[in-house]
Unconditional design. Structure first.
Length: 130
């Protein structure tokens, strides 16, 4: 479990487990389900995976940007983020830049894109501070 004192390897392990779980979900879908809307006003599984891929790429890009050293505890916002993202009763609106395209999506392509995004993210964690 991730806590305020988790180190980079623990966080990457947790992210890897989440990505693996998403990949397992993808594997459980047949090729027709990838573009099927499960309920009113929701995204298809393909759109959801595309959204996650865009989010991960955004984080990887942000980690490679020049920045100044933080003056706050890096774990300070963990509880606030957990509360926001793990409250499944709260229906958040996605920022425009990570809204997925309408599709259709091809199952293997979506899975490959997610793996590439996660690998890019892992590589971005190896950047030296600027």
């Amino acid at each position: 479990m991730i806590s305020e004192t988790s180190n980079k390897n623990e966080i990457l392990t947790a992210i890897n487990e989440s990505i693996s779980g998403l990949q397992d979900l993808m594997a459980s879908l047949d090729k027709n389900e990838i573009n099927k809307v499960p309920y009113k006003d929701s995204w298809t599984p393909g759109q959801l995976f595309r959204h996650v891929k865009k989010s991960i790429n955004g984080m990887a890009n942000a980690m490679q940007m020049e920045s100044k050293t933080t003056e706050r505890d890096p774990g300070e916002k963990i509880q606030q983020l957990k509360k926001a993202f793990l409250d499944f009763s709260n229906k958040m609106q996605s920022p425009d830049f990570i809204i997925p395209e309408a599709g259709p999506y091809e199952k293997n392509n979506v899975s490959d894109e997610l793996n590439k995004a996660f690998n890019k993210f892992k590589e971005s964690t190896k950047c030296e501070p600027k």
